[in-house]
Design a protein around this ligand. Structure first.
Ligand code: SF4
Length: 316
């Protein structure tokens, strides 16, 4: 039986909105934003490779205050380089340091622990297998912390292909992208243990991510419509959407209140809201207020067909 998680309810005679557990930034995102803000008050340029966190409301705000997103530091005046919450390959950090830039490392401690777990597996003679998205910033950071190439797997098909092409070794050490849903990884792990002689596993999935997933699922199962608020470039938001969809086919992902569709809301009486870990609280408040402001009676006969939802993983 699933553990119950705290929810907050708001209702009118026409609609009930249930907020799943905690919303707003996780500690890693809060920490990264604070470090970037502190750097921006210094009298020097502040650069970043990629996005500090995966929400455009947050990154637009920081860029409007002076944070400069760059692909390369070549020719740029000396200043500070902020390392994003999900890390950078070690070589990029070292190069910036050697070129005289000040490094402000906002890599989340949980991401650093995943890098250390991968290094430990490598030191034990394992081939490191990362269950995650090869294009994700965090995975690039983990690969960049290793001496040997890692195998990155995101689907059972990719795993079977690795086995068929002999890319999979007999002794492997498995870690997970911190934002993944363990439930969505179990088929890969299940096959892996039959394919290899020795499998060592460290669960590197972030606890705040798991808590959000558990809280969202306990709401998703009981509502007419489930909404997941966050950026489409946020991996944990899209993973949460996929997970909720597996338990409630009337699950939709939206970036904010502007994404609310009449055809979803006209029939729904109870509406659950969950959010990614880089979604600002004000976006969730706007969604909740817009739903509660509706004056139409829910009409269950207008329930739309189940939407096919395809999990697409993103860099975030
Ligand atoms: S989601 Fe987890 S790993 Fe990512 S920044 Fe937040 S606390 Fe850190």
């Amino acid at each position: 039986m699933r553990a119950r998680h705290p929810v907050s309810r708001a209702e009118t005679p026409l609609r009930v909105v249930i907020l799943a557990g905690e919303v707003g930034f996780c500690f890693g995102v809060k920490r990264a934003i604070t470090m970037a803000e502190d750097a921006l008050v210094q009298d020097e340029p502040v650069y970043i490779h990629g996005d500090l966190v995966h929400n455009r409301h947050v990154t637009d705000d920081l860029e409007s205050r002076g944070l400069q997103k760059v692909r390369s530091l070549e020719g740029r005046p000396r200043g500070s380089v902020v390392v994003r919450a999900h890390g950078l390959p070690r070589t990029e950090v070292e190069e910036a340091k050697e070129a005289g830039y000040r490094i402000i490392d906002a890599t989340c401690p949980i991401v650093l622990r995943a890098q250390e777990a991968a290094q430990m597996m490598e030191a034990r003679g394992c081939q490191v297998v990362i269950i995650g998205d090869a294009h994700h910033a965090e995975i690039k950071g983990i690969i960049g912390a290793l001496r040997h190439p890692a195998l990155v797997i995101d689907t059972v098909e990719q795993l079977r292909n690795a086995k068929a092409t002999r890319a999979l070794r007999r002794k492997v050490g498995v870690i997970f992208q911190t934002t993944h849903a363990l439930e969505l990884c179990k088929d890969i792990v299940g096959e892996l243990v039959f394919m290899c002689k020795e499998v060592q596993i460290v669960n590197t999935i972030c606890r705040p991510v798991q808590n959000r997933q558990d809280a969202a699922l306990s709401v998703a199962e009981d509502v007419d419509l489930m909404l997941v608020v966050g950026s489409p470039t946020s991996a944990n938001t899209m993973e949460l959407t996929a997970l909720c969809h597996a338990h409630n086919p009337w699950t939709r992902h939206i970036e904010g209140a502007e994404g609310l569709r009449d055809e979803d809301l006209c029939w729904a009486h109870t509406i659950g809201i969950a959010s990614g870990l880089s979604t600002p609280v004000h976006l969730i408040d706007e969604v909740r207020s817009a739903i509660l402001a509706r004056t139409d009676e829910p009409d269950f006969s207008r329930r739309p067909p189940r939407e096919f939802y395809e999990l697409r993983r993103h860099d975030g």
